[in-house]
Design a protein around this ligand. Structure first.
Ligand code: MGD
Ligand code: MGD
Ligand code: SF4
Ligand code: MO
Length: 865
């Protein structure tokens, strides 16, 4: 084994430290870094599978103009010249950047500096708009700064943890495991989960409030009133106090229970626990932020912490968990269109200060377009060039069809990405290949404001380059060379750190000026560190408002803009699954990450399932006023009646009609611009296709237009689940004839149809279809693609979809860390394993990252009943 390189996981905002070690075979083992204070060695399954994402298959490796490979020089010159022409003809407002919380701080700083400092427009926004922007508004309104007042350690010192709109068990797994441990050590610590669904996170909940979707503000505004009645606030303790309390006084327990559709006793329990706990933390994420009134919901949460003094002490505070690995870094560099760098705002003093520091007279003076508005402006032709970096907006923005129309019309679309096949990349006029995780080098900041290094340990593949390098090359060609002369990310980091302290004197919360003079060696050796890092030492938490006080924000609870009606009677909720990351460009190709869930599902309550005639595992068409998709029903009491849940991840690359955002409307919060991604009115209808099946092909194939397909992650072959209305398989026979393959088919009475295609004894394609889903042995089929020659008897078995010998199909993977399937687990339960611990002992499942434990428990319960 070679020496380990320490780095940081590129997925969620927990920001776990990892170690990468090359094995004798040349592959990399990724393990948790025991010294990293975010995870102390733990990793979740996504982090643990990082070694499986390092291959170059599916990577974008060369610059392209209009789909043709070109030299870097040509790509850069062409892009800069097109941007220059558009700016000269239409002004700086006609160009825009759309960036990402997955960029490194150095990349992000460079992009923001170029747009806001030199091009002179603030049209740079980021996917954090869809994610954190409501949380930012909440903090800024209350504290006068976007300062997160909590750390992970607080979880070990608190009396009550409230998780609102967070499925941390799946979305922040290592942090969730830390909470599980804290509760084991101090069982008196209470956990409350507030989520319309009974998620895996509820596994450790003392109380689960399955409230009406979108009604959270009622619960917290009522709590403010309750706290004030228990212990009245001193007069004028906070700015805005009178107005906030006046509204809250109208929110009695009965009114809240009615508004949130909860039992009054449950509301009372929650309020009592909160009021009586000496120390409490509220952890909130997308169930709160992604709302047409998300900013107010964040304020309602912060209000109760202020009013009860549960802030600025150990074990206390409103803790917005960041989603992406560098969402926080983006907030530091001012990546959102309504911020300037280093926590500065669009105020004359800040604009002048930035001008002095950057040596520019062109600093943007007014906020730019926020993501949803930005794409609308592209659609109207007002923005004529957009540079998309590190995000896949065709999949992740609401009203996907509109986003596609906008990009199709946009004269200049530039895409910087690591992946060859992305839905957004299809609209690019210019594509820049970028260094991926393991190759790139810089810093990220996690949820608790901890800055950690991502270090490179792989060589540069093809002609990929760092994001910051591409940005500075364009800047030079636009004539801003002096300000973009960096040779190494350390120089950018030091400049950013210096700016954070520039004329700061305690005015701005974000200050890392203590790191401004790091040498390259010191930067390389930088240990994880929480900001602020000043030369004067860490400051206590305080208000950055002009008055010196915190603010209570008056909040009038509102329900979602999406309303169920007779035509669209159900509310669609969207979110994450345990083993996939966003639009799947990196996790979708890893077999072990797709074995847990392999296609979009529709989680639906048994009452609704019966009402719409939908059985478990049936295919369902889902439609909103914007668009439609297909998913497989998962009938479950996890869901409440009246709403359904579908994962956000599937794109056009991974499914035909599997994209959730073709249904979601582009309704946004007026303060933060964050879309209401969690609520959409939909209708559903059972879909009974003529056949369902699976197809494996050695090379890419084109499906007939009426075939619904879902891409699988199988090594070396193209593998799809599929279904169709038309019983005809003529398309397949035409395809085979066109390629000169020999066919071997089997069909039974219209009940099933199997086909194998061979060329010179080598398997080219295998197709299995039936009226219901065929049960086939995947390992056997994959083995047949890998092994050249099969005996006639083996071919015969293969045609039946069976394995030679007894290869056992383990069923859907539950424990991805050790690849333990549902059937194996059920068999172990049947032979006497009665607890999660016993299953772990026998099969190892649940003993690594622990994120499958809620599912193991559910299987145990199911088997016991
Ligand atoms: N496995 C995995 N982990 C991830 C990611 C990933 O793609 N995959 N992405 C990362 C990113 S960028 C983010 S932002 C985070 C997101 O992390 P989370 O916010 O925890 O994840 P989501 O699944 O989007 O939504 C959380 C929960 O909000 C609930 N919810 C919906 N509507 C409401 C409501 O009205 N009120 C309340 N109280 N709850 C509601 C949903 O039922 C869901 O269980 O995850 C990060 N971690
Ligand atoms: N309906 C619905 N929609 C949602 C959400 C939801 O809950 N429901 N959640 C929203 C949230 S919270 C988020 S954060 C977004 C996420 O949505 P996106 O940001 O669109 O999702 P990703 O798949 O992470 O896109 C990242 C892209 O950057 C590429 N990439 C990876 N590393 C690098 C790099 O180093 N440099 C560059 N240049 N490119 C890189 C990847 O290949 C990928 O194409 O989705 C949002 N959309
Ligand atoms: S919890 Fe988040 S940061 Fe940690 S290993 Fe998992 S995905 Fe990576
Ligand atoms: Mo996010």
């Amino acid at each position: 084994m070679n020496a380990a390189v320490r780095s940081t996981c590129p997925y969620c905002g927990v920001g776990c430290g990892v170690e990468a070690r090359q094995t004798e075979t040349g592959r990399y083992d990724i393990t948790g870094d025991k010294r990293h204070p975010a995870n102390f060695g733990r990793l979740c399954v996504k982090g643990a599978a990082l070694g499986e994402t390092l291959g170059l298959q599916g990577r974008l490796l060369y610059p392209e103009i209009e789909g043709e490979r070109v030299e870097w020089d040509a790509a850069l010159a062409h892009t800069a010249q097109r941007l220059r022409t558009i700016i000269d003809e239409h002004g700086p407002q006609a160009v825009a950047f759309y960036a990402s919380g997955q960029l490194l701080t150095e990349d992000y700083y460079a992009a923001n500096k170029l747009m806001k400092g030199f091009i002179g427009s603030a049209n740079i926004d980021t996917n954090s708009r869809l994610c954190m922007s409501s949380a930012v508004v909440g903090y800024k309104r209350a504290f006068g700064a976007d300062a997160v007042p909590c750390s992970y350690e607080d979880l070990e010192q608190t009396d009550l943890v409230v998780l609102v709109g967070s499925n941390a068990a799946w979305a922040h797994p290592v942090l969730y495991q830390r909470l599980v441990q804290a509760k084991q050590q101090r069982p008196q610590m209470k956990v409350v989960v507030i989520d319309p669904r009974r998620t895996a996170t509820c596994d450790i909940a003392d109380l689960h409030l399955a409230l009406r979707p979108g009604s959270d503000a009622g619960l917290f505004v009522g709590l403010l009133n309750y706290l004030h009645l228990q212990q009245p606030l001193a007069a004028e303790q906070f700015d805005g106090q009178m107005a906030a309390l006046a509204i809250a006084s109208g929110w009695s327990m009965a009114k809240c229970a009615d508004f949130c559709q909860l039992e009054a006793e449950a509301v009372q329990t929650f309020w009592q626990w909160f009021s009586q706990a000496d120390r409490a933390m509220t952890l909130y994420t997308m169930g709160i932020n992604q709302s047409s009134s998300g900013s107010d919901k964040c304020s309602a949460i912060i209000n109760v912490h202020l009013a009860s003094g549960k802030l600025g002490r150990a074990g206390c505070g409103p803790f917005s968990l960041t989603g992406q690995p560098n969402a926080m870094g983006g907030r530091e560099v001012g990546g959102l269109a309504n911020q300037l760098a280093c926590h500065m705002n669009f105020e004359p003093a800040d604009i002048a200060r930035l001008g002095r520091f950057w040596g520019s007279e062109r600093i943007a003076e007014t906020p730019g377009l926020m993501a949803v508005e930005l794409f609308a402006a592209i659609g109207r032709g007002e923005v004529k060039a957009v540079w998309i970096m590190g995000t896949n907006p065709v999949v992740s923005l609401p009203d996907a069809a509109r986003v596609e129309q906008a990009l199709a019309k946009c004269p200049l679309v530039i895409v910087s990405d690591v992946a060859l096949h992305t839905d957004t990349g299809r609209y690019a006029n210019v594509r820049f290949p970028v260094l991926s995780w393991g190759e790139k080098n810089g810093t990220v900041t996690n949820s608790e404001r901890r800055i950690s290094r991502q270090r490179s340990f792989l060589s540069v593949p093809g002609e990929a380059r760092a994001d910051w390098w591409i940005i500075s090359q364009i800047a030079r060609r636009l004539g801003f060379g002096e300000a973009f002369g960096w040779q190494h990310p350390q120089e950018i980091f030091c400049e950013h750190a210096a700016l954070s302290g520039y004329e700061n004197d305690g005015l701005r919360a974000f200050d890392i000026s203590g790191l401004a003079n790091l040498s390259r060696e010191q930067y390389d050796a930088l240990e994880p560190v929480r900001w602020p890092v000043t030369t004067k030492g860490e400051r206590a938490f305080k208000s950055w408002r002009a008055s010196g006080k915190f603010q209570l924000v008056p909040v009038e609870p509102e329900l979602p803009q999406a309303v169920a009606d007779r035509c669209y009677p159900l509310i669609l909720n969207t979110g994450r699954i345990r083993d996939q990351w966003h639009t799947m460009t990196r996790t979708g190709g890893v077999p072990r990450l797709m074995q847990h869930i392999n296609m979009p599902f529709l989680e639906i309550h048994p009452y609704d399932a019966q009402r719409y005639g939908i059985q478990d595992a049936a295919l369902v068409r889902i439609a909103s006023r914007r668009g439609g998709m297909v998913a497989r029903a998962q009938v479950s009491v996890i869901q409440q009646a009246g709403s359904v849940f579908v994962p956000m991840h599937w794109s056009q690359r991974f499914a035909r009609k599997g994209q959730i955002n073709s249904l979601v409307a582009d309704v946004c919060d007026p303060h933060s611009g964050q879309p209401e991604s969690k609520q959409t009115a939909v209708r559903i209808q059972r879909w009974q296709p003529a056949w369902q099946g699976e197809i494996f092909a050695r090379d890419p194939i084109a499906f007939a237009a009426d075939i619904q397909w879902w891409r699988q992650a199988s090594p070396e072959v193209e593998h799809f689940l599929c279904a169709a209305d038309s019983p005809s398989v003529a398309w397949l026979e035409t395809l085979a004839a066109g390629r000169g393959w020999q066919l071997q088919t089997a069909c039974g009475d219209g009940q099933f149809y199997h086909l194998l295609a061979w060329r010179e004894g080598e398997l080219q394609l295998a197709f299995y279809a039936g009226k219901s889903r065929p049960e086939i042995n995947h390992s056997a089929v994959l083995a047949a693609f890998a092994n050249g020659s099969l005996t006639p008897a083996e071919r015969h078995l293969l045609l039946a979809g069976k394995a030679p010998g007894a290869v056992i199909d383990a069923g859907k993977t539950i424990c991805s860390c050790f690849g333990v399937g549902e059937k194996t687990i059920l068999a172990a339960i049947a032979t006497g394993c009665q607890s999660v611990a016993m299953l772990g002992e026998k099969l190892q499942c649940g003993t690594n990252c622990g994120s499958c434990i809620p599912e193991l428990r559910a299987l145990l319960t199911k088997a016991a009943n």
